[in-house]
Design a protein around this ligand. Structure first.
Ligand SMILES: [Zn+2]
Length: 431
């Protein structure tokens, strides 16, 4: 089946200037041509998607999601049969796809079954890479022990992922890789939602981190490290060889040097905490559902995050590899993932086009998926049509309703192109 998206300005994800009147031709799930409409013929008999006046972009890549569900309210969680959470996760996957994300890296929660169910078309969602579970130490971020004296099973389908000591970490790493993990994820600091730790504490020893890195490397993959406070970031970088730093908010100049030297990716998840604070203020009931001192931690983080802006901008200028990720979850940001782009502009000093590239071509590079991320001949046909000019109003990208077409592998998952009239668009007039 041949199809074509026509009539809108085209941003192809490579960072090139937009094409005022673009066309993307799709055949057999791949892009066969993309560019200016006057240079590419519309194939006879093609199914046409009219993007008139709206922007054609590649499907977006989110390098840090949690697409599985559990009730945020613990009372509710304890009353919920675990299989219900699997069915409910389908909504998260659907909402993530509907806001333009066609590829995502799940950094804890989704096992290989979720990846396969999406691949086989049983459920609608972004193409997934999965860590399966976050490896953490006893009492660490990801351990669900509660002071009542037991562990609350958050996701019953996950294998054991709490481990202490080199041998135990080797075993857990191997078991996750055996179960089909595409990469490993460990926590070297505490986090916002965990009950028994803080974001500034370090977790694991250098030896423990190194064994996880070695086991991942033996399977040709890497380790994503959850680290928020400086000491835990330093610890991970001292262990060496980590693939990506997740959050990493409080790194310093020395860490920056080490990351550049080691080729470590940074997935900054900048929207998460400021949006969490806003959401908390607007929704007292939601706020009350947390049991982990979230408000205090988030306020402490937000107060210091802005002070990091000069260093973040310096990091970007020095060429630190930065890929878009949100930390979207059952808790926050699902279906508005691309709000992160406005934060990348604000905090990192990126242009809107640079933010888009960090969430398309560059994010695909971070995921080592060269077939996605841009609209060029030969790539997988992941494309979206956005109502608006993202280069003039990047903040509008948080609105899922503005995504009128979502195509993945050439298959259409959302088509509301007939709804409403296209908004005025500067690129169409000036490009
Ligand atoms: Zn996360």
């Amino acid at each position: 089946m041949v199809s074509a998206i026509v009539g809108g300005p085209l941003i192809d994800g490579t960072g090139r200037d937009p094409v005022a009147n673009g066309i993307v031709v799709v055949d057999g799930g791949r892009v066969t041509a993309a560019g200016a409409a006057d240079a590419i013929a519309l194939p006879k008999g093609a199914e046409v998607f009219d993007a008139a006046g709206r922007t054609i972009l590649p499907g977006f890549v989110d390098c840090h999601v949690h697409c599985t569900y559990r009730a945020r309210d613990h009372k509710e969680h304890l009353k919920t049969p675990p299989t219900y959470n699997i069915f409910k996760s389908q909504e998260i996957l659907r909402d993530t796809l509907d806001c333009g994300v066609t590829t995502a890296r799940d950094t804890g929660g989704a096992d290989a079954g979720f990846r396969k169910a999406v691949e086989d078309g049983i459920i609608a969602g972004p193409r997934l890479l999965v860590a399966i579970a976050m490896i953490c130490q006893s009492g660490g971020h990801g351990d669900c022990w509660v002071p009542a004296g037991f562990r609350v099973p958050k996701r019953f389908w996950l294998p054991e992922h709490v481990a202490d000591g080199v041998d135990a970490l080797r075993k857990v790493s191997r078991e996750l890789l055996m179960a089909g993990a595409d990469f490993l994820k460990i926590c070297t600091t505490g986090g916002i939602t965990s009950l028994t730790d803080d974001f500034d504490e370090t977790q694991f020893s250098i030896e423990e981190i190194r064994v996880v890195v070695a086991e991942a490397a033996a399977r040709g993959t890497g380790v994503a490290v959850h680290a928020e406070g400086l000491a835990g970031i330093k610890l991970a970088l001292e262990a060496g060889g980590i693939y990506s730093l997740e959050h990493g908010w409080f790194f310093d100049e020395e860490c920056l040097e080490a990351m550049i030297e080691q080729g470590t990716w940074w997935v900054p998840t900048l929207a998460l905490v400021p949006e969490g604070v806003k959401h908390r203020e607007a929704n007292p009931k939601w706020d009350a559902q947390g049991i982990a001192d979230e408000a205090r931690k988030e306020e402490a983080i937000v107060a210091r995050l802005r002070e990091q802006i000069p260093l973040y901008r310096h990091a970007r200028e020095k060429g630190l590899k930065i890929a878009m990720g949100t930390d979207q979850s059952h808790r926050l940001l699902t279906g508005e993932n691309l709000v992160e782009l406005a934060y990348m502009v604000e905090y990192l000093g990126m242009t809107p086009m640079e933010a888009i590239v960090s969430a398309t071509e560059t994010a695909a590079e971070c995921l080592r998926m060269p077939d996605v991320g841009t609209l060029e001949a030969g790539k997988l046909a992941d494309a979206v049509v956005f109502d608006g000019d993202p280069l003039a109003d990047i903040a509008a990208m948080r609105e899922a309703a503005r995504f009128h077409l979502v195509m993945k592998d050439g298959e259409v998952f959302k088509d509301t192109l007939a709804e409403g009239a296209a908004r005025p668009h500067a690129a169409a007039a000036t490009a």
